[in-house]
Design a protein. Structure first.
Length: 257
DNA sequence: ATGCCAACATACTGTTGA
């Protein structure tokens, strides 16, 4: 089973590229972030045409997440991160697919740092930790994937200096990420690339793609039950170089059945 | 110190992103 995550930066603007990627790489589950559309605008029929079912949690203009599943519908869909009734932002959706609990998230960016957006990011990460601890306690096979907006290590960024003041690599952001891992989750791409140098995002600006000025913020976290099944993980880097590309590349993990 | 680029909503400019 191949589970992928792709921050597509607008599902309407990206639809041809997205369908192309789905057809060419055929993930069992595709977790999408930044669909940037309300629920009514989600193009579900476009995915049905190529054999994917969908569950989505939309929002006007910003945020928005969706899960596409190959061949069968996502089960027991849950929308929104628990822990704050006031939080209206569409950044979290879960489902079950062939016995695996799949969590798809778009973690707050947190810039500028410091400030209320950074505070929101850290509070969101603590709520996420609570939900992930519940998943561990359930002992159900689980994966938590998405755009975490955290650069975990210095080896995950082209220039530590250039990004030093960014919310993505503040010590508080990293500490919160490592608290998640410390509870028992495995970062699939890091585990298979311990020397780093793997990027999932390249800015549209300043020729970042052409200069390979990227960093790794899209992550695939595996529970102990799914970590035992880890066969491979990677980045579909080539898609970042195509016409009308997202600024993120897709990431994926292959689990043995 | 700021814009660079891109998408979206609104309305021809502003907000957000990372």
């Amino acid at each position: 089973m191949k589970i992928a995550s792709f921050n597509i930066n607008g599902i309407k603007a990206r639809l041809p590229r997205l369908k192309e990627w789905l057809s060419e790489t055929r993930p069992s589950v595709a977790c999408l972030q930044e669909i940037k559309t309300q629920d009514e605008g989600f193009p579900a029929s476009e995915f049905e045409e190529i054999g994917y079912h969908a569950a989505w949690h939309g929002q006007k203009s910003f945020n928005g997440v969706a899960i596409l599943t190959d061949g069968e519908a996502p089960q027991d869909v849950s929308k929104g991160l628990p822990g704050d009734q006031e939080d209206e932002q569409a950044r979290f959706i879960e489902c079950t697919y062939r016995g695996v609990r799949v969590v798809n998230l778009y973690l707050p960016n947190g810039n500028p740092h410091p400030g209320p957006k950074f505070d929101y990011k850290l509070a969101w990460m603590e709520r996420l930790r609570a939900r992930m601890q519940e998943l561990l306690a359930s002992e159900q096979p689980a994966v938590v994937v998405g755009d975490f907006n955290v650069i975990p290590h210095d080896r995950d960024v082209w220039s530590v200096c250039a990004m030093a003041n960014d919310a993505l690599m503040q010590p508080e952001s990293r500490d919160a990420y490592f608290r998640l891992l410390g509870d028992g989750w495995t970062d699939a791409i890091d585990t298979l690339n311990p020397r780093g140098g793997v990027w999932t995002f390249w800015d549209y600006q300043a020729g970042a793609w052409q200069r390979d000025h990227g960093f790794r913020i899209d992550h695939l976290l595996l529970s102990p039950e799914t970590a035992d099944r880890l066969a491979a993980a990677g980045v579909d880097k080539e898609y970042r170089g195509r016409e009308k590309a997202s600024d993120h590349a897709p990431v994926w993990v292959e689990l043995r059945s």
